[in-house]
Every structure is written in C-alpha cells, then in structure tokens.
Design a protein around this ligand. Sequence first.
Ligand SMILES: Cc1ncc(COP(=O)(O)O)c(C=O)c1O
Length: 333
Amino acid sequence: MREGILSVIGGTPLVRLTRLLPKIDFRLFAKLESLNPGGSTKDRPALSIIRHGIETGYITPQSVVIESSSGNMGLGLAQACCYYGLRFICVVDPKATQMNIELLRAYGAEVDIVAEPDAETGEYLKARINRVKFLISTIKHSFWPNQYANVYNSIAHHGTMDEIVRTLEGRVDYLFCATSTCGTLRGCAEYLRAHSLRTKIFAVDALGSVIFGGPSAKRLIPGHGASIRPQLYEPDLAQCIRVSDLECVVGCRRLVRQEAILVGGSSGGVVMAVEQIMEAINPDANCVLIFPDRGERYLDTIYSDAWVEKHFGDISHMWLSHEESRQCAPATC
Ligand SMILES: Cc1ncc(COP(=O)(O)O)c(C=O)c1O
C-alpha cells in the first residue's frame, strides 16, 4: 500500500517492443513515462523541485509557486502543489491547448496567459519567462521552480535511469531521450557517468530547436525542443539526432498501429530517431527509448486525420511499418 498520489510517481514500466521493427537484430525497450499519475515524465522533476523546496524551507505554506509551462511541467507542478496545498500560478501562452488549461484548473492552478510573443525575439517562451519574472517580483513569498536551470529537475532523472539499469540488470547499450530543458538527458547522463556505464546516449531534438545549435524555426509539435539553450545543457552529454514534426506524427501513428501504444509527439520522434540510425546499432544490443507522455492530449493534432492532412497532406501510407513502407509506393497504398 502506498500513501498519497505523489508516492506513485516513478517506477514506470519498461516494455519490450517486438512489432515496431520486427526485423532488427537488437532489442528495443520503451520506458512508459506516460504511466506516471500526472501523465508524463514531468511528474518526477515537479515533485523533486517542490519537495526539495519544502525540505529546505524555501517553500512554506504561504508560498506561491510560479512557473512558465504550457504543458507537462505545468501539470506535474499543479498535481504536486495541489497535494501540498500550495497556490500555483502557471504562465502559459495562446498555444497551450484548451485541454491542458482545463486540466491545470481542475488541479486548482491559476492560469495566467501571455497574449503576445516577446517583441524582440518573436518567441512566446521569452514572453512567458518575462511574465514569470514580473510576477515573482510583485507577489510575496513567491517561488520559481525554473525548470530550465534547476538541478533538481535533472536529479529527478537519476531515478529514471536507475530504474532502467536495474530492470536490464546493468546492460543498457543505447538510450534515446527526447530533449527540452535537458533535465532527462542530463540526469540520465549523470547517473551513467557516476556508475561508469558506457551507454551511448542519443538526444532527440526537434528540427528548429536551438538546444544543440542551428537556427530557430517554427515547430508544430510541443514537448521537445526549445527556442533557448537551457542552463541545464552541457556539451558532450550526448549525440544529437533531429526529428521533424512530420517524423513525430509518423512515429506516433506507427507506434499505435504496430504496438497499440498511444503516446505524445516527442515519443514518436524518438521512434523515428532509432529508424534514422538503426543500421549503426550493434546486433544483440539493448536499446532503450524513453516515451515522455501519453497520446490523449494530442487527439486534436497528431491523432486527428483532418489536422494531419491540413499540415502534411495525405500521408496515410506512412503509417505502414518501416519494412512495409519501403515496399509500398504511395500511389498504390
Ligand atoms: C512531451 C515531452 N517530451 C520531451 C520533453 C523533454 O524533457 P526534458 O525537459 O527533461 O528535456 C518534455 C519536457 O517537457 C515533454 O513534455
């Protein structure tokens, strides 16, 4: 018996995927972070940051937690703050989905929407962070988790990696990890380094994200990628593989069709990152993919045929498996 909802954060299952790429000669495993109670991997850093704040006295019952997030971190914090009876203001932008706004409110969070992108950069992220800084300076007893810089974000993922390593009895040859704040990537890399494990890590980033360099560009799929380089970023943590919005959609659709696993866009990107480099993966290797969140929050986008057609045209032939799509010309499928 566990006590309280926060006690069931972590301990997510690792499942073997046998259908997605049936002809490979290495083993593929998925860490289903969607099965955290708040629906994503962000339950871990949210709890880690809030708990550390409480234990060190930075957070008291009078504290007002203020964070910028249009997605999973906001929901993770909303859940933790709700449990601890803390006031939480979540700063979002107009791109936040109605469902996420309603979920935040259902947990009792206050939703503060910035209407305009930052005048200088044209980015909403910068505008949200400026708004957080303003609220912090004007609201008494405020506490900013600052997920892009807070080491308790990455420390939370020592646990993620520990679970994976223990389940596979120390043999993790490859790790594929979607990236935004770099919390997951850095936490897993720190754990592997501390335990002298030689796992090869691939950071899966969005095309148009600036985390690993390159120009910023508009992106459709939320979750992974960032328009700023997070303070948690460190060079040499991993090799970067970039995936497009289209690849995220295709990866998600293939995954649900082949494995009956419904996940968010960044997980689809992780699937396609493996496909990009699968020829280079050693036979007999254990290859782990972290799936950060669940698919229900993407029903209006990734899993909507109308939305997909509007943005990418008719690409339904791409849902076929890697092997099938190689044999099947678009016009005939
Ligand atoms: C769906 C999704 N994928 C990937 C990530 C990236 O994780 P991290 O912030 O630990 O780099 C996030 C972070 O919010 C996310 O919500």
